[in-house]
Design a protein around this ligand. Structure first.
Ligand code: ATP
Length: 363
């Protein structure tokens, strides 16, 4: 009997609807072809364009759809010209992260043979690591509430035991699942600045306590500055990294740079009960409406969603299809025949998504 999963879909702003359509089409095709799972999609309106039209950026009904769903697929939200009266940007994805306590930001970084990267890759080397960014506290804790006087400004970094323990448990489980899938040696690196800040010594202590519970995995520590250097010099040495919110924000863009740009960088924001899957990039208003946006980061995010659902619900067919979908995108990128403009090609969004479909179902 097929397991049924409800997916909430936030089409979002700018290029959002353009990359969501073909991604959901691919998922529907995969679901139709499988007897082990059935995906049902429900649209959840929200975002800047919705705010401009209705005066509401995140309708209560859309939050309800998100909370009820088994997983949430989101493209990108926010438009530079549409803002709240106080001038701040409209970003329901951040409201969602807070409301659903999505503490683990998962950012895979992969560079396969044949993929364009700004690095000089030694022969036979590939990059395949995951950066986990704590996403609810750290230096973002006082976001929008920092104290500023004419003479000084103050923001607070918060590291709590409650969130850190959940974060590290999640991280080691993810490393164990990767190892089981043959994707890494099962090594977790805690990225911090424990030599300077007591808060990071606290962070590290909790990391070590979780590491001690996983004798089948290895662990080490790295300072964030050295990590930035090594991500450029020897990124193939990393497996799973876990870090504080602001450090993770910066390092994940560096990771996207290694992959040849934002158009290939997927992500997930995961909590204990809910998870949102979305590309790292924004709504790209500069290219919206032209049909040229790269759908690959969104499709790779959808593959992460299938994998998460499969692991969480013990559904091997979903895990296998997640791998098939990810590898189809990787194949299209490596063959370099059908690439969008941001990757140096001239294919449109639909053409690029169709190349993935062809690899999935014809090859
Ligand atoms: P945000 O603050 O929401 O992350 P941003 O303006 O900083 O948004 P993006 O919207 O990601 O960043 O756009 C940055 C640049 O990358 C833009 O020039 C945009 O056209 C390009 N870009 C982003 N996503 C894609 C994509 N999927 N395909 C092609 N180009 C993209």
């Amino acid at each position: 009997m097929a397991q049924t999963f409800e997916i909430a879909v936030f089409q979002g702003d700018g290029i959002g609807p353009e990359i969501t359509g073909p991604t959901v089409d691919i998922l529907r095709r995969m679901s139709d072809a499988s007897s082990a799972y059935d995906l049902k999609f429900t649209d959840a309106p929200a975002g800047a364009a919705h705010y401009a039209k209705t005066g509401e950026s995140f309708p209560a009904e859309s939050m309800k759809i998100a909370k009820r769903a088994d997983a949430i697929l989101l493209s990108a939200m926010g438009l530079p010209d549409v803002r709240y009266p106080d001038g701040t940007e409209i970003s329901p994805q951040i409201d969602l992260r807070k409301a659903l306590t999505l503490f683990a930001g998962v950012r895979p970084v992969t560079v396969k043979a044949g993929q364009r990267t700004p690095l000089n890759m030694p022969d036979g080397k590939e990059i395949d690591f995951v950066l986990i960014r704590e996403s609810t506290e750290g230096l973002f804790y006082t976001q929008g509430k920092g104290e500023v006087t004419p003479d000084e400004a103050r923001e607070t970094l918060l590291i709590t035991r409650e969130i850190s323990e959940k974060l590290f448990k999640f991280t080691f489980e993810l490393a164990a699942n990767r190892k089981k899938a043959g994707r890494g040696p099962g090594k977790v690196t805690c990225v911090d600045k424990a030599n300077v800040f007591r808060a990071f010594a606290f962070f590290r202590e909790m990391f070590d306590a979780e590491a001690a519970k996983h004798p089948d995995l290895t662990s080490d520590h790295a300072y964030v500055d050295a990590t930035a250097l090594w991500m450029v010099q020897k990124p193939w040495d990393f497996d799973v990294m876990v870090t504080e919110n602001m450090f993770g924000d910066i390092l994940s863009d560096l990771g996207a740079g290694l992959m040849g740009g934002l158009g290939l960088a997927p992500s997930a924001d995961i909590g204990l009960e809910h998870a949102v899957f979305q590309p790292c990039h924004g709504s790209a208003p500069d290219i919206a409406g032209q049909g040229v946006a790269n759908p690959f980061a969104m499709i790779l995010s959808a593959a992460m969603m299938l994998d998460w659902l499969g692991i969480d619900h013990n559904n091997p067919a979903l895990i296998a299809d997640a791998k098939r979908l990810r590898e189809s995108v990787e194949d299209v990128v490596a063959q370099a025949n059908v690439l969008t403009r941001d990757l140096g090609g001239n294919a449109g969004t639909i053409e690029a998504a169709n190349a993935v479909l062809d690899t999935l179902f014809v090859a």
